[in-house]
Structure formats: C-alpha cells, structure tokens
Design a protein around this ligand. Structure first.
Ligand code: ZN
Length: 100
C-alpha cells in the first residue's frame, strides 16, 4: 500500500459483501472530523463515497433507492437523506473504531 494510505473494510448492509476501500489516512481523518466527504476524499468515486457514508454498495444502492432511467433524482435525494439520518449511528461507531 502507498505510504499514508489505509484500507477500510466495509460490509454492505444489504448483501453482506465485503468491500475494501483504499484511501489516504489524512482524508479519512478529515472526513471523520467533520469535513465534507467530497473535499476530504476526492480520490474516491461517488459510489465509494456513498459506500463509506451509508454502508451500502453501489449495486444495492440502486435497488434500495429504486434508481433506473427516468427516476426523479429529487426523490432519490430525499430518500437518501432520510436513510443517512437513520444510519448516523453507523458513522459514529466508525469514528470510535478509528480512535482505538
Ligand atoms: Zn450490497
């Protein structure tokens, strides 16, 4: 692994698939400390950032939020925001893990 990088193992909440995300430790720390994920971890793709926030892989994300051609993106955004609110505890647990 590149110096200054870490691997985060994330289990998808939906399909239990394990995904290994490689990212700069500095960026991960900045995100955990409250920075916007796009600013903190620009190296990650949109799907990878979603995975980090919501613990749902890209495939399940599309199913969960019923994304298909012609889907109203505003609806998806609202559903997603609600989902993130409900899952804030996951993000918190991750923060505690990181401190140990
Ligand atoms: Zn999944």
């Amino acid at each position: 692994m590149k110096p200054g990088f870490m691997t985060k193992h994330i289990v998808c909440d939906e399909c239990q698939k394990i995904i290994h995300l490689e990212m700069p430790i500095k960026g991960y720390r900045a995100w955990v400390a409250g920075d916007n994920i796009q600013t903190a971890l620009p190296e990650l793709s949109i799907n990878e950032r979603e995975l980090l926030i919501s613990s749902v892989c890209g495939k399940c994300f599309d199913i969960l939020f019923d994304i298909k051609p012609g889907t109203n993106l505003e609806d998806v955004k609202n559903k997603y925001n609600k989902f993130i609110e409900d899952h804030l505890i996951t993000v918190h647990v991750d923060t505690e893990e990181f401190k140990q």
